[in-house]
Ligand binder design. Structure first.
Ligand code: GLN
Length: 576
């Protein structure tokens, strides 16, 4: 149906933020794609920053990077993990970006003589951007950031309201995602917040055709009927997104309640039943992993806010899925390691269990860096599988230079610009950069892999393309001594100027990458490096289990023999 008009699904949120609007969009996208439709998704963010690239992960969570080098909202990560269409610069824009273009036009004189106003100039710019992103797709999902009632998102709501009249009612569907809280004292779910937020939305001229209710537990039909009655939505269009074990169960949960069927009916699209085989398969592994649980310690700075590492923790899950297992991620604060030492903190974090792998994610700044270096030394010396991402690679190079290549002062120019042994230095192209926003080395770049390495084995190909977000790199002046001390540079830029992957030979699995593989991992297509990292962690877990078993059985032998010894005279213990 590509020659036909694009159908638009606008998704708004009510009651509170963080109720999973992005995830709902992603699942709708997955279900419609499974029906053979060509789907794209778009996130509108109401804040004034031109993009989230300059915001701290504490403020905004992860910054998701696309192939074309856009620094975007983490919801785009959800979209890419659930739908096949790859996201790009057009798929996310903020109020700041909209105002920036309108103000630039005003300065150029495009509106000469006119007063520039929110309506029509800002709303027109919003609609122009939505249409541009929707070109060539059957379905364009548009997620309006923020919560209905916020002052900030009003121009977005007004723009999407206007679109119904402009593209035709049959081409537009509004879906409202709300919260149905459970009040413990009353032992009841409450629909009033949903009623209020729908009332507020209709006050802006938007009537939702479908309501997705988030709740901790499944709500019953009576409650759905009540919401339907008070919110003016058909009863079968009240869909319940109750909390599930993992987000990858959600497409099936929503499909079972008829969400995709209602959508195609309302938009007057004919399609066959969706092909959900891939999601069913994922669900099977998620629910019954044959290889049990593997435990990975993620050592970083933003551990209190795990949203900062969203794509990473998802990619670890995908790696586990590919190994028919489940991963448990233990978040460890690198500053704690600085205080108490790697061994103590890692053992404490393991809560008596085992740590089967150590991962150092990307990051910025000196804070906590010595803790990361200590953790890497621990992983290298104790042969624990290690995966370093971006800053993680840089820290691994510093650790190796200090302890193995005779460069005890080795550090990064990011931490000390005038240091003597800057084994990590600022990239040439970054030296004259004065503007902070959007100026890192961003997006997809090719990398070639060296034969006979872990990286080459994982990817099974010679050339790859991965997404980047950094200003610093391995200093080429130190490549020779570091290589001589035993580190392999297994991935290089095609001109061989830039180190993209490092690894160690005399270690079960020790690998660092200058790029962010987590951005390209999906549950249906787990990233090969995460797959192999988890496989190595599982192997360590099994080795440890086998040793424990061995110890137990030799204890049994010992006690049997000593018991025998007692009966037979002198203790046999010393003889074993
Ligand atoms: N701060 C480092 C750099 O800019 C690493 C960045 C990252 O981990 N994304 O090179």
């Amino acid at each position: 149906m590509s020659s036909r008009a694009t159908k638009f699904i606008f998704v708004t949120g009510g009651v509170v933020s963080s109720i999973g609007k992005g995830l709902s969009c992603a699942c709708i996208g997955a279900l419609l794609e499974a029906r053979g439709l060509k789907v794209t998704a778009l996130k509108l963010d109401p804040y004034i920053n031109v993009d989230p690239g300059t915001m701290s992960p504490f403020q905004h969570g992860e910054v998701f990077v696309t192939d074309d080098g856009a620094e975007t909202d983490l919801d785009l990560g959800h979209y890419e993990r659930f739908i096949e269409t790859r996201m790009g610069k057009l798929n996310n824009f903020t109020s700041g970006k909209v105002y920036e273009s309108v103000i630039q036009s005003e300065r150029r004189g495009d509106y000469l003589g006119g007063t520039v106003q929110v309506i029509p100039h800002i709303t027109d710019e919003i609609k122009r951007r939505i249409h541009k992103a929707a070109e060539g797709f059957d379905i364009c999902l548009v997620e309006v950031g923020g919560t209905v009632g916020d002052i900030e998102s009003l121009p977005f709501l007004e723009a999407v309201r206007q679109m119904r009249a402009e593209v035709g009612a049959e081409n537009v569907l509004y879906i409202h995602v709300t919260l149905v809280p459970y009040i413990k004292a009353a032992n009841e779910f409450k629909t009033k917040p949903t009623q209020h937020s729908v009332k507020e939305l209709t006050g802006y001229g938007i009537n939702p055709g479908i309501i997705i209710c988030r709740s901790e537990e499944a709500i019953d039909q009576k409650l759905k009927s009540k919401i339907s009655l008070f919110c003016n939505v058909d009863e079968n269009c009240v869909i319940n997104a109750f909390d599930v074990g993992t987000i990858y169960e959600l497409p099936i949960v929503l499909h079972e309640q008829g969400l995709d069927q209602r959508i195609v009916e309302r938009l007057n699209i004919w399609t066959g039943a969706p092909n959900l085989k891939a999601w069913d398969k994922i669900l099977e592994v998620v629910r019954h992993p044959k290889n049990g649980v593997v435990r990975v310690a993620m050592i970083g700075k933003y551990v209190e806010l795990t949203e900062s590492y969203k794509s990473l923790s998802e990619a670890l899950k995908h790696g586990a899925l590919a190994n028919d297992s489940k991963v448990q991620v233990l978040y460890v604060d690198s500053e704690e390691i600085e205080k108490d030492g790697a061994e103590t903190v890692i053992q404490r974090a393991s809560e008596g269990g085992s740590i089967d792998g150590i991962l150092i994610p990307g990051g910025f700044g000196i804070r906590g860096s010595e803790g990361k270096i200590a953790a890497i030394q621990y992983a290298r010396e104790h042969k624990v599988p290690f995966f370093g991402i971006c800053l993680g690679l840089q820290m691994a190079v510093i650790e190796f230079a200090r302890h193995m290549a005779g460069l005890p002062e080795a550090t990064s120019a990011e931490f000390k610009a005038d240091a003597c042994d800057k084994v990590i230095d600022m990239m040439e192209s970054q030296r004259n950069v004065s503007q902070k926003g959007g100026s890192m080395r961003l997006g997809a770049y090719p990398c070639k892999l060296v034969k006979g390495t872990l990286a080459r084995k994982a990817y099974g190909t010679e050339q790859i393309s991965e997404r980047h977000r950094h200003r610093f790199e391995v200093n080429n002046a130190y490549r020779a001594p570091i290589e001589k001390a035993g580190m392999t540079f297994s991935g290089l830029s095609p001109d061989e100027h830039l180190v993209e992957i490092i690894e160690l030979k005399d270690h079960p699995w020790f690998l660092g990458v200058q790029f962010h593989p987590e951005f390209k991992s999906t549950p249906r297509n787990p990233h090969p490096l995460f797959k192999d990292f988890i496989a190595a962690a599982l192997a360590l877990r099994d080795r440890k289990l086998a040793t424990q078993e061995g110890e137990k059985s030799s204890e049994v032998t010992i006690s049997k023999k000593s018991a025998a010894g007692k009966a037979d005279g002198p203790s046999q213990l010393e003889m074993i």
